[in-house]
Design a protein around this ligand. Sequence first.
Ligand code: G6P
Length: 484
Amino acid sequence: PLDSKTPAAAYDFVVVANRLPVNRVSDDDGATSWQRAPGGLVTALAPVMESADGAWVGWAGATDEELEPFENGGISMVPVPLTESDVNLYYEGFSNSTLWPLYHDVIVAPEYHRTWWDSYRKVNQRFADAAAAAAAEGATVWVQDYQLQLVPKMLREARPDLKIGFFNHIPFPSVDLFAQLPWRKRVLEGLLGADLIGFQRPGDAANFLRSVRRILGVTVRGQQVHVQDADGNPERIARAEAHPISIDTESITRLANDPKTQERAKEIRRGLGNPDVVVLGVDRLDYTKGIRHRLKAFSELLDDGRLEVGGATLVQIASPSRERVGEYMKLRDEIELTVGRINGEHDTVAHTAVRYLHHSYPFEEMVALFQAADVMLVTALRDGMNLVAKEYIAAHTDNKGALVLSEFTGAADQLKHAYQVNPHDIADLKDTIVEAINAPDAEASRRMRIMRRQIVTNDVARWSRKFLESLAKSDADISADARH
Ligand code: G6P
């Protein structure tokens, strides 16, 4: 309730996300502290947070712990606790075994369980309550991603005074797939609690608007949804827009220009035995990323003799992710079996075909890896954006290198000068990898320069500014937009 808050807990800008943007670090004495997690979102929002008196509501990543709010790097962190059972049902269950596969075009079959849905609702209510308690009168609250789709409506019910934004970082599926969801109406109503619902691509916004019209039978005009109250009377307008997210281009450029990074990039190539061509894949170990398709293409190129071990090496970084979810365990087994087979067949005593690393690395190391790579493979079967593609370009301040990029990523909308592929078409994927490897320097750098310009102009700070500007529009601005 509003009046039980101390003034210090009343924030003008509140971000709500499943995770807090900090990682726990413990020192030698076992004392723990918090370190800013790498990531574009927090980098973009930190300045806004500092100037607007902001708070970030999220889960700290461990189970069954009650943490007091704390401050980190100028941001007030408001931890939301999750029990072991919440993590099971809400996070691993409904978020990552129902919504994640459903929203990524059912690459694996989504599971529908009522117990998971109950937990999703309950945990969304907990996040909404925490945000309602943290927000000052008339504050702006920005809710992030698929784990929290019910929060906008819950929050509006508790606090009609707030400006509420939502951003979906992953794809929004076509209505024919979305319609499978037993709780499809509740999810759409949850999202429509926001004033502005942001998506990565125009296609995602269109899918959402079509679902709203077909499933809720609500009037949609252009990007505007005419939300009704419980009695069917016009209540307010919610808008759906595309706002493609980006990276903190400047901080990657700075690291890329650091001689230490460049020295490390050379060292990485030496460590691999100085092959002519280093091909790189960097992904969370997730079935949406098309890692199997990539390995198949690369191993066939070796089989065919179009590439040779020692001449070309594929470095595949697969960072551990959602390791207790069944489909992720299965994927890991498959990938590791495949890599073992490829290497068993093709390695020499001196050289490896695939250097597979199931680790995550500090950001500086990632930038050095990007620099060390002649060709980057982003072969996702479906991806909301794919920031790795943008990071690779940012790391190549020398304009060298080539990006092979799946059409099924949000990034493909903006990076038209990548070597675009359909990763399901293995023959085309193989040809495109060879084309990227053999690209004349002038052609490769022409493409990289154009893409670089794109991400220098459209960085993550611009993304958040544009979203928040649109969210701040008055009713008068919105009806003026509708007339144009
Ligand atoms: C995607 C999602 C994020 C999520 C991240 C890592 O990028 O859009 O919401 O945080 O994956 O996944 P995790 O389950 O570890 O948070």
